[in-house]
Design a protein around this ligand. Structure first.
Ligand code: NAP
Length: 270
C-alpha cells in the first residue's frame, strides 16, 4: 500500500476574510496550532490580534506576528485572571472597534496529571485543568460578546477526542475537553440570537509543546497514523483550513458543532 500523502495545494488563499478582524489566543511558538491557524486566516485577508501569556512568550509571539502583513496588536493575557481578560477586550475595542472572530487554542494541565491513572487526579489539578482549558472559553466569549455582536461573529475552540473516548494518559484533560465541548454548545445557544456562532475543532494529535507534556505522546501519534483511514497524522494546515471554514462566511449555517479533523481516526472501532 502506498503511503497516503496530503493533497497538493491544500494551502490556498482567498479574499474571504478581507476587512475581517480576529483575535487568536494560544500562540506559544511556530509549532502551535494557533500559529498555523493564524497564518491561514491572514492569508485569506484577516487582520489579527494576539495574546501571550506573560513576558516569557511576548518576544516569540511578537516575532511571529511581524511576519504577517499589517499591524497585529498584542496583549498580555493569562486566562486565569479576570482582570487581564477584561483589559484585553477594552484595548481591542479601541484598537479594532469591532470583532469578527475569536480563536481559542488554550489548554493546560499539570504534567503529573497527564500520566498514570485518572483516579489519582488531585482536586487542585482538576480545578486548574478545567479553569484554563474550559472556563476560559466562557470568560472570553463573555468579554468578546459586545465586540462580536456588532456585525455578528464566530468563535472556534480546539478540542481533542479524549473528551469522548478514553485515551491513555490524557486523563483530566479529557474531562476538561468534555466540559469545553459542552460549553461550545451552551455558548452557541446563548450567542446564536446575536448571530455569533460557536464551534469546536477536534484535531488529531499534532506535535506541539502542549502535546509533548502528555506521557507517551509519540505512541499516540503512531497509533493514530496506523489506525486512521487516511493512514497518516493530520497536518496543522488541515486544522487551519477547517478553522478558516468555520470562521468564514462559508460556515454561516453551522453552530454548536464539533468538527473532527483527524484523518478519520474517530470512526474506527479497532
Ligand atoms: P501549544 O502550542 O503549547 O499551545 C497551548 C497554548 O495554551 C500555549 O500558547 C500556552 O501558553 C497557552 N496557555 C496555557 N495556559 C494558559 C493561560 N493560563 N493563559 C493563557 N494561555 C495559556 O499547544 P497546541 O497543541 O497548539 O494547543 C492548542 C490547542 O489545541 C489546545 O487547546 C490543545 O488542547 C488543542 N489540541 C491539541 C492537539 C495536539 O495534539 N497538539 C490535538 C487536539 C487539540 P504557555 O506556553 O505560556 O503555557
Amino acid at each position: 500500500m502506498t503511503e497516503n500523502t496530503m493533497t497538493e495545494n491544500v494551502q490556498f488563499t482567498s479574499g474571504f476574510l478581507k476587512g475581517k478582524k480576529g483575535i487568536v489566543l494560544g500562540v506559544a511558538n511556530k509549532r502551535s496550532i494557533a500559529w498555523g491557524i493564524s497564518k491561514c486566516l491572514s492569508s485569506h485577508g484577516a487582520q489579527l490580534a494576539f495574546t501571550y501569556q506573560g513576558e516569557r512568550l511576548k518576544e516569540s509571539v511578537e516575532e511571529l506576528s511581524k511576519t504577517l502583513p499589517g499591524e497585529s496588536p498584542l496583549y498580555s493575557c493569562d486566562v486565569a485572571k479576570d482582570e487581564e481578560i477584561k483589559s484585553v477586550f477594552e484595548k481591542l475595542g479601541s484598537d479594532f472597534g469591532s470583532l469578527d472572530f475569536l480563536v481559542h487554542c488554550i489548554a493546560f494541565a499539570k504534567k503529573e496529571e497527564l500520566a498514570g491513572r485518572t483516579i489519582e487526579t488531585s482536586r487542585e489539578g482538576f480545578q486548574i485543568a478545567h479553569d484554563i482549558s474550559s472556563y476560559s472559553l466562557i470568560a472570553l466569549a463573555k468579554a468578546a460578546e459586545p465586540l462580536l455582536e456588532k456585525n455578528g461573529g464566530s468563535i472556534v475552540a480546539l478540542t481533542y477526542l479524549g473528551a469522548d473516548k478514553v485515551i491513555p494518559n490524557y486523563n483530566v484533560m479529557g474531562l476538561a475537553k468534555a466540559s469545553l465541548e459542552s460549553g461550545v454548545r451552551y455558548l452557541a445557544a446563548d450567542l446564536g440570537p446575536k448571530n455569533i456562532r460557536v464551534n469546536g475543532i477536534s484535531a488529531g494529535p499534532v506535535n506541539t509543546l502542549a502535546a509533548r507534556g502528555i506521557a507517551g505522546f509519540t505512541t499516540m501519534l503512531d497509533s493514530h497514523r496506523n489506525r486512521a483511514p487516511l493512514k497518516r497524522n493530520v497536518e496543522i494546515v488541515e486544522v487551519a483550513n477547517a478553522a478558516f471554514f468555520l470562521l468564514s462566511p462559508l460556515g454561516s449555517g453551522i453552530t454548536g458543532e464539533i468538527l473532527y479533523v483527524d484523518c478519520g481516526y474517530r470512526i474506527m472501532g479497532a
